[in-house]
Structures are given as structure tokens and as C-alpha cells.
Ligand binder design. Structure first.
Ligand code: FAD
Length: 349
């Protein structure tokens, strides 16, 4: 489908006071080759690993959780069997929710709980970004199940349908089945006052992590799921747990726990502008994105490979914001030239 003109959408207000709205940063749990979603027997325990989802953990969460449940039920369980879920990020909480729905006795163990997890730092667009897979059939199944489950949970879980306007065709959406993300609308002129470039509009979802994670944790607590603070240093320590089944959702923590050399942090930094309810679209430029949410307008998109310090860097945050402001106000030649990559867009240590 192609559109040459559409109603002009509101331009974001890029005024930012970092003293009242400090930036944030997090380390994406990126895994070379593929995320890890597989069973393993460790001593007397049946373990399912579910980690390494890079920049797409929110996106893939429900789909991966269904795969975990399939593996656990295929092994054979009866009601009230004990399951330990290691990790309280989006992977741990979605797995705990679906296992609880199977009448299993779930306990969550982790060092950090919402709102302190990496999952709480995510922007929240539904898009399979910065994630590898080896099994296309499984990946497609995960995408389908994840999208439909997010959509069905809706506003109470912070999920809403949004149009994402992009300057170029988005490779992450192109890898999705067409019944999930339909072919984009092509625009001769994107519908913004100063942004005269051509582009595309993709129908996707916004999943607001602060709402989504708090809702899941509240529901699990209300169902008497225990959240136990505990740090694991190596996988063998699960022999001390009373549960016979263990699901490992420790994200980047699995690099040490499983001695997994395929795991790498990819640091991402976010500027959080005040909420702007008039903005109901998502936007992705060549080197950054803008996601208006109920709590703030997220401007981000930086990628720093193997950077392990999660402290925000004010210079990079200012550059991310200046770049996005330039795209919308017509001053960012850098962002409009695909060949020019700013230092924060892809930097290796
Ligand atoms: C800036 C940024 C923006 C992002 N934007 C998006 C987006 O728009 N859409 C999207 O889909 N994804 C996005 N992501 C990616 C997403 O945040 C991650 O893929 C996701 O959070 C991974 O979830 P997780 O549950 O595996 O890990 P985490 O959220 O890190 O949770 C891991 C859990 O394991 C626990 N743990 C770790 N180590 C140990 C240990 N040794 N012992 C005990 N417990 C341990 C932690 O305490 C925590 O509870 C973004 C990430 C960043 C950083």
C-alpha cells in the first residue's frame, strides 16, 4: 500500500532537563548465533535455559515462555510440582505466569526484581531487534505466540497498537511473518511537518515495561508466588534448591552462571522526556528511535558492544537527543545520510 499524503502528526517537544529527568542505560543480553532455549539435565534437576534475547526480550517474552512450558510439560509434570524460576526480568515473569496457569508451584529467585531489572530499562517497542536465531520455524512460532499474547493482554498490561514510522524499510520487521506485521504503508512524504523524507509505516505494538512488569509481578504475588532474593554463581548451586525443575532466565547473568562465552552485553542509553499524550506514534530514524509512553517519551537507540558499565554517559545521551531533534526539525543532516554512523550507533569496546 502506498500513501503520498496523510494528516500531519504532532512534532515532539525535545526540551530536556536531565536534573529532573536523568537518563538511563542498560545492558542488552545479546548472544552470538542464537538465544538459548533448550533443556539440560544437571544432577537430579531438569533445567530449561531461556536467555540471550538481546534487544528483543520484551518482544519475544510470551512466545519463549510458551516454548518453556512445552518443554516442561513434555518432560511430564503433575499439579503442584515445584518449579524454580531463576530471574525476575521479563523472561522470568512471563515463564512464572504461564507455569502458574498450569497449576505448578512456582518460586522466583533473583538478585534484582522490578523495577530494578534490565527489562525495566527497555524502550518497549514490539520488534525483534538485535537477536539471533538458528531455528526459523521455532523463531516464527515464538513471534506469533508472543505478538498475539501481548495483544490479548492489552491496556491493563501496558500494551497498545501503534504505527511505527521509519525512514527506511526496517529489517527487524521484515523478518516477521506477514500475518503478524503486515507489509508497511509506503509514504512519499512521512506525515510530519518538517520531515519531508519518504518512509514507511509499520503496524506494531508498544509494550510499556514499567506497567507490564509491575502488573505481572503484582498478579504473581497475589497468587502467592514467592520472590526470594538469591544470587547464583554457577549452575551447580541449583542442587541446593528444593524444586526439581529449574528455568534459567538470568539474562546477562548466564554469561557467568553458565560460563557462556557467546553472551555479550550491548549497552543502550535512553533520554526520558516528559510524557506527551498528543504523540501516539513510534518513530525510528537511521540511528535512533522515539517511543512516546504514558510515563515518558523515550529517545534511544545507542548500541555499544561489550561495554559492561551500565552508567549513562551524558555526552552520548545529548548526542542521541540532538540527532532525533534534528530529524524532526530538519537540522540533522547526519541522521538523514545513511552512510554516516555516529559513534554511539555501533561501537565496540
Ligand atoms: C536501552 C534498552 C532498550 C531496549 N528496548 C527494547 C525494546 O524496545 N523492545 C524489546 O523487546 N526489548 C528491548 N530491550 C531488550 C530487553 O530489555 C531485554 O532483552 C530483556 O530485558 C531481557 O530480559 P531478561 O529477563 O532475560 O533479563 P533481565 O531483565 O536482565 O532479568 C534477569 C534477571 O536475572 C537475575 N539475575 C541475573 N544474574 C543473576 C545471578 N547471578 N543470580 C541470581 N539472579 C540473577 C536478575 O537479577 C534479573 O532478575 C532493550 C534493552 C535496553 C538495555
Amino acid at each position: 500500500m502506498s500513501k503520498s499524503r496523510a494528516a500531519i502528526l504532532a512534532t515532539p517537544d525535545f526540551a530536556w532537563d536531565p536534573r529532573t529527568r536523568p537518563p538511563t542505560a542498560g545492558l542488552r543480553p545479546y548472544r552470538e548465533q542464537t538465544y538459548r532455549l533448550e533443556p539440560e539435565v544437571v544432577g537430579s534437576k531438569f533445567v530449561v535455559h531461556n536467555y540471550g534475547h538481546g534487544g528483543a526480550g520484551i518482544t519475544l517474552s510470551w512466545g519463549c515462555a510458551h516454548e518453556v512450558v512445552d518443554l516442561v510439560t513434555a518432560r511430564g509434570v503433575t499439579a503442584n510440582d515445584g518449579v524454580a524460576v531463576l530471574g525476575a526480568g521479563v523472561m522470568g515473569l512471563t515463564v512464572a505466569t504461564l507455569l502458574l496457569a498450569r497449576n505448578l508451584n512456582v518460586t522466583v529467585y533473583a538478585t534484582e526484581f522490578p523495577p530494578q531489572t534490565t527489562s525495566n530499562k527497555a524502550g518497549g517497542q514490539w520488534a525483534p531487534s538485535m537477536v539471533n536465531h538458528r531455528d526459523s520455524a521455532q523463531f516464527t512460532r515464538i513471534l506469533r505466540r508472543a505478538f498475539h499474547e501481548h495483544k490479548a493482554r492489552g491496556a491493563e498490561f501496558g500494551v497498545s497498537a501503534r504505527e511505527n514510522y521509519t525512514l527506511v524499510r526496517a529489517s527487524n520487521f521484515e523478518s516477521c511473518p506477514r500475518d503478524v506485521i503486515p507489509p508497511p504503508t509506503a509514504f512519499a512524504h512521512l506525515p510530519f511537518a518538517h520531515l519531508k523524507s519518504s518512509g514507511f509505516g509499520y503496524a506494531t505494538l508498544l509494550v510499556e515495561p514499567p506497567i507490564f512488569l509491575a502488573k505481572m509481578q503484582d498478579d504473581l504475588r497475589a497468587a502467592n508466588v514467592a520472590f526470594n532474593p538469591r544470587e547464583f554463581h554457577e549452575l551447580g548451586e541449583i542442587s541446593e534448591l528444593p524444586e526439581g525443575i529449574v528455568v534459567n532466565c538470568t539474562g546477562l547473568g548466564s554469561k557467568a552462571i553458565c560460563r557462556d562465552k557467546l553472551m555479550h552485553p550491548i549497552k543502550g542509553q535512553l533520554v526520558l522526556l516528559p510524557p506527551q499524550p498528543k504523540l501516539q506514534y513510534l518513530f525510528a530514524g537511521h540511528h535512533g528511535y522515539l517511543f512516546p509512553r504514558r510515563d515518558c517519551v523515550v529517545v534511544g537507540g545507542s548500541e555499544e558492544m561489550d561495554v559492561t558499565d551500565p552508567t549513562p554517559d551524558m555526552n552520548i545521551c545529548r548526542a542521541i537527543l540532538a540527532n532525533m531533534k534534528g530529524v524532526f526539525t530538519g537540522g540533522a543532516r547526519m541522521a538523514l545520510q545513511p552512510g554516516l554512523v555516529p559513534s554511539w550507533a555501533m561501537r565496540s569496546k
